[in-house]
Design a protein around this ligand. Sequence first.
Ligand SMILES: Cc1cc2nc3c(=O)[nH]c(=O)nc-3n(C[C@H](O)[C@H](O)[C@H](O)COP(=O)(O)O)c2cc1C
Length: 189
Amino acid sequence: MPLIRLAYASEATFEAKPLEKGVEPHVARILLVSRRNNGKVGLVGGLYYGDNRFFQYLEGEEEAVRDTYQRILQDPRHRNVRTLIEEPVAERSFTNWSMKYVPASADVQAFLQKHHLPEFNPSAFDSTQCEEMIDLIRRSSQDQKLVNYDEPVRSTSPAPQTLSPGLKAGLVVAAVGLVVALAVSATML
Ligand SMILES: Cc1cc2nc3c(=O)[nH]c(=O)nc-3n(C[C@H](O)[C@H](O)[C@H](O)COP(=O)(O)O)c2cc1C
């Protein structure tokens, strides 16, 4: 099955609410469903939300990408969806992320300044800007622990309990003392 990549820009239809755990709540719900669904069909990619606009990048098997995009196109939480890239790729470049989220970051501000863009309006990105944005999402590691708290899968087993060296030494001394005390008291009987 051939692999393809797809990028689009759109405008959010909801009014942005205050961030919860570093993510706008509507976007958090989108991420939750995206990660669940994309993981099942082997899709990888990233989502950027800023200035009430979305930029999303998807990679995976052609059928999975197209089916997912059909659902995304019909989603009333955004409008004016504009496909920016849709083409075959030889291999995946977003290993591990079913949907990486990139928060408004210094990287994106620097990108906008570099291109003299007053706001984040990905519908107007040229192909160079698209590639730079994809690369920015690919490289982004900022706040990933905070905003991608459910990805990637982490071990849930508790860390093994260990004794500090000082406590260990204290226990050894106490044990030796106890043995000596027992031995002494035994000789006195
Ligand atoms: C900006 C945006 C990005 C989305 N990205 C994805 C995605 O990557 N994968 C996905 O399955 N759904 C995505 N969705 C949600 C879909 O539109 C749709 O609600 C969802 O796939 C339905 O899944 P369900 O049938 O499991 O409830 C996105 C929605 C929006 C508004």
